[in-house]
Ligand binder design. Structure first.
Ligand code: BGC
Length: 771
């Protein structure tokens, strides 16, 4: 057995730990590892028997030992508590040496030597920063997300982080919500695929591997449905919407083996998610059989007081614990009150036992008792691994979504740029802003690792003998137009203008809600002025959410959505602009025309009065008026879910289905499946990748079903002229839904199937699902 300790004092403590646990270790070694391993349960139970009530409660307590990521109420003298076994987890601490120093106190000085589990928000990379998750989801490439997550795990675990507070799998249908940047967008099917990919990547093949990082799927549940898109706000929805839309990515992550889950800040059906027994126990434990542990979000337990369902810390603690929250992230309510409450008979000790059991089960399953320490012989990550950097560039390139590509004259498309373009004007506050390229949550990411668009473009122009002119033009948050003149002057001198605009990263992510979704005002003014010069303009957007781009879509010839691309922002954008790579990203969240359309999502219900024509002008008669529509705007997205252009063109054949009629009973009871196929052909002049998307609609069912739902996708790379047959199967997993009796079943219905390049295109095939 390899011991992860370098000096004698670590090892001596370890020997005593081994002696204490050796009979259990032997059993575990012969039985492998995992949350369902009965040998691990035996070890947990044996340990629990030795623990005092104080020590068991200690396992339920987490503190932040580094920078706070929420209101600063969490600072305590945690070192003294560690030696008494009063803390189960620390987070926000990085560096093997620092982590080991804390671990040494827990393992050496506490009576039963129970190791700590160290957490961090490793959200889209550790030191090597990948695109933000919304960008990663736009790749429609789970294998790539899995690879990036594996890299994140390798880097983070080498610095002692064995637990990441990721993935965020909240479905987000409202771009006002800043945290839309942290997830996979609006669709549960895609969200589930991405959730699985993150978990597989983080946790690797075996939780006991030193490079495995336990995933924490969050925020359970409904957090992304915050009313008005305002962070932390109320969520209310039917149980059907919860099960149909919001729960599937959580279930997928847990089925992929995610060992922990975080309870959310919001209230759901008037019960705060961090005290919600229905979701935390009835669904999570009783229905799904989850055997890992639940940690609350930051201080979410004491926030029950603000929610109004507890008048003091003790009640808050009691309610959260009873509902199924095992670990208290920083609020202190468990540490401060559980002991007295159990002693006073208000909480059965068995409830504390069960929470401690779940936490210890994960610690054993991770092999923490055998390997509590990070390997300090691995030097801290001071430079980026070239392979990781290459992966970051590929991910950034695959995440970019080409929203528009024309010329004002209707001639050849503006992109890709000619390799011999003589003079480029690069304008905008994003062009050289390294820190913003990291997006929100950058773990150990550093701005100095980022290659900006300006730096990369400058190299490219030097190589080609062209000239790069640069002007920032405006500052974030400043109304001043003092920089406009210089920007306009370089625009006039150029053959093409690249406008690098967007939202400062700090305006996205947690507590980053906005009511206005246009480009920040001064940037919009600058863009108008530059476009007015008549020069061809490419708008490159760096942001973390869908923006409202009606003016831009009408007036700017080429628009590339680049999100926050991470450390390889510059090279990825430059290679895309010059056509070294062909953009293949597709939107995973609808881009509204105006904020008033939010929440906006493609998989909506039809209503009884659907606006069948996209009506943008005011109604002229009662037929046009009494529809589910706005008087002043169309219903449709400006850029819909699934949409994205390419430098080449693809053609999709109408779908063919294996049968015109199928039996609901057979689909429910057996592995019966329909097959749907189409040919996709590259009919343009360049190699490229198309995302082939499969959508369905079910009509005549016991409850209303969405106008379209994604039920399959495949990313296909094709040379010019090449074609490929893409085949999908539809079975119970894809066709079942939560019906009128709240049963997840396939019902008899008329089924329409599209194989399409976006959620608003494609020709349909019809199938009847008989009883
Ligand atoms: C966020 C979580 C995060 C936690 C710890 C909270 O404010 O909502 O997503 O994991 O802080 O940093």
């Amino acid at each position: 057995m390899k011991l992860y300790c370098r000096n004698w004092s670590f090892c001596s403590c370890f020997v005593s730990l081994l002696l204490l646990l050796s009979p259990m270790l032997l059993l575990a070694q012969s039985a492998g590892s995992g949350l369902n391993n009965p040998k691990i349960d035996e070890r947990v139970n044996a340990l629990l028997k030795q623990m005092t009530l104080e020590e068991k409660i200690g396992q339920l307590v987490q503190y932040s030992a580094g920078d706070a990521t929420g209101p600063e109420k969490a600072r305590i003298a945690y070192k003294a508590r560690l030696s008494k076994g009063q803390i189960g987890s620390l987070y926000n601490l990085t560096g093997a040496r620092e982590v080991n120093a804390m671990q040494k106190i827990a393992v050496d000085e506490s009576r039963l030597h129970v190791p700590l589990i160290f957490a961090l928000d490793v959200i889209h990379g550790y030191r090597t920063t990948f695109p933000v998750p919304l960008g990663l989801s736009a790749t429609w490439n789970p294998a790539l997300v899995e690879k990036d997550s594996r890299i994140a795990a390798e880097e983070a675990t080498s610095e002692g982080i064995r637990w990441t507070l990721s993935p965020m799998v909240d479905i987000a249908r409202d771009a006002r919500w800043g945290r839309i940047t942290e997830g996979a967008g609006e669709d549960p099917y895609l969200g589930a695929a991405m959730a699985r990919a993150y978990v597989r990547g983080y946790q690797g093949a075996n939780l006991t591997d030193a490079s495995s990082m336990v995933a924490c799927v969050k925020h359970y549940v409904g957090y992304g449905a915050a009313e008005g898109g305002r962070d932390y706000n109320t969520t209310d929805m039917s149980e059907r919407a919860l099960r149909q839309v919001y729960l599937p990515p959580f279930k997928a992550a847990l089925d992929a083996g995610a060992a922990t889950l975080m309870s959310a800040f919001n209230s759901l059906q008037y019960v705060p998610a961090s005290a919600n027994r229905f979701t935390l126990t009835e669904i999570l434990r009783d229905e799904w059989g989850f055997r890992g542990f639940v940690v609350s979000d930051w201080a979410a337990i004491t926030e029950l007081i603000e929610h109004g369902i507890a008048n003091d810390e003790a009640t808050a603690a009691r309610k959260s614990l009873a509902a199924g929250v095992d670990m208290d992230m920083v609020s202190g309510a468990y540490a401060n009150t559980l002991l007295d409450q159990v002693r006073g008979g208000k909480i059965p000790e068995s409830v504390v036992d069960e929470a401690a059991r779940r936490i210890l089960r994960v610690k054993f399953a991770m092999g923490l008792f055998e390997h509590p320490y990070a390997d300090e012989s691995k030097s801290p990550i001071t430079t980026l691994d070239p392979e990781h950097v290459a992966a970051a560039r590929t991910s950034a390139e695959e995440s970019f979504v080409l929203l528009k590509n024309e010329t004002s004259t209707g001639g050849k498309s503006l992109l890709p740029l000619a390799s011999n373009v003589r003079t480029i004007a690069l304008i905008g506050p994003m062009a050289d802003s390294a820190a913003d390229m990291l997006g929100s949550w950058s773990a150990a990411g550093q701005a100095k690792d980022v290659i900006t668009l300006r730096a990369s473009l400058s190299d490219r122009m030097k190589e080609s003998g062209g000239k790069l002119l640069y002007a920032k033009g405006t500052e974030f948050g400043s109304p001043s137009d003092a920089g406009f003149a210089e920007a306009l002057s370089i625009a006039q001198q150029s053959d093409v203008v690249l406008m690098a605009l967007g939202e400062p990263a700090s305006d996205t992510g947690e507590a980053g809600s906005r009511t206005r979704l246009g480009l920040p005002e001064n940037q919009e003014k600058l863009l108008h002025a530059v476009v007015a010069t008549g020069k061809p303009v490419v708008l490159i957007l760096f942001d973390g959410r869908p923006l409202t781009l009606v003016w831009e879509a009408a007036n700017v010839p080429a628009i590339l959505e680049a999100w926050y691309p991470g450390v390889q922002a510059g090279p990825a954008v430059v290679r895309t602009l010059f056509g070294d790579v062909n953009p293949s990203g597709r939107l995973t969240a609808s881009f509204p025309r105006t904020v008033g359309q939010e929440p906006l999502y493609y998989n909506a219900l039809n209503t009884g009065r659907p606006a069948t024509v996209d009506l943008s002008s005011p109604p002229t008669n009662t037929v046009e008026k009494y529809l589910s529509r706005y008087l002043d705007e169309t219903n449709s997205a400006l850029y819909p879910f699934g949409f994205g252009l390419s430098y080449t063109k693809f053609q999709l054949s109408p779908p063919t289905v294996s049968t015109q009629s199928a039996s609901a009973k057979a689909l429910n009871d057996s592995a019966a499946k329909l097959t749907v196929a189409a040919d996709v052909k590259n009919i343009g002049g360049r190699a490229g990748a198309e995302v082939v998307e499969l959508y369905i609609q079910e009509r005549g069912t016991s409850v209303a079903r969405p106008v379209r739902e994604l039920k399959g996708f495949r990313k296909v790379t094709l040379a010019p002229g090449e074609s490929q047959r893409v085949e999908f199967t539809l079975g119970r997993d894809e066709l079942a839904f939560w019906n009128i009796d709240m049963k997840n079943v396939v019902e008899p219905c008329d089924l329409t199937i599209w194989i399409a390049p976006s959620s608003v295109e494609g020709s349909p095939a019809e199938v009847t699902i008989e009883p």
